[in-house]
Design a protein around this ligand. Structure first.
Ligand code: FES
Length: 166
């Protein structure tokens, strides 16, 4: 059993089914996995739970990774937008009424560069044809279903950090 590919966590939960309570104490786990023709060895079960915890922890850490995209001194001025690149990705960073925001740089209309646009009335305006986006949600003003991805952004010391996710 230990050498088999057990798949993802959902498959494992299905396999273990009602035989396991992941919050059970050690004696409860022992009891849960013995006395049945289909019982799972407690040591195997504990190892699987450890692996699940480590996978979950790694996924959470990956999602929470901020990367430096600029220095504080490079941030756009009040009610201005600017483009920054990280790897192959370009981010539109805007200073909207004093709040720094980050969103995808490619307008959903025809791909205009949002970071070269304007900030007007609390919205980021595409420079090509004027589509306006809410800087907090990324939603287009005229159609909330059209939504640019927004990214958490923060300034730590002199570094501007953005959480790009995967
Ligand atoms: S490309 Fe942005 S409004 Fe047209």
């Amino acid at each position: 059993m230990c050498g088999e590919n057990i798949g993802d966590g959902n498959n494992l939960r299905w396999f273990l089914g009602p035989r396991i309570n992941t919050h059970a104490s050690e004696p409860d786990l022992d009891q849960a996995v013995t006395g049945s023709a289909q019982s799972v060895p407690p040591t195997f079960l504990r190892r699987v739970l450890q692996l699940l915890d480590s996978v979950k922890s790694a996924a959470e850490q990956k999602m929470a990774t901020f990367v430096k995209i600029a220095s504080k001194g490079e941030l756009p001025g009040l009610d201005e937008a600017k483009e920054f690149t990280y790897g192959e990705k370009t981010i539109c960073v805007a200073n909207v009424e004093g709040t720094i925001t980050a969103m995808d740089n490619v307008c959903l209309h025809r791909g205009g560069p949002m970071g070269q646009g304007l900030v007007e009335d609390g919205k980021i305006v595409c420079p090509w044809h004027g589509w306006q986006y809410d800087p907090k949600s990324g939603a287009a003003v005229h159609n909330a279903a059209a939504r640019l991805k927004v990214y958490p952004i923060k300034v730590e010391g002199e570094d501007v950090l953005v959480e790009l996710g995967d």
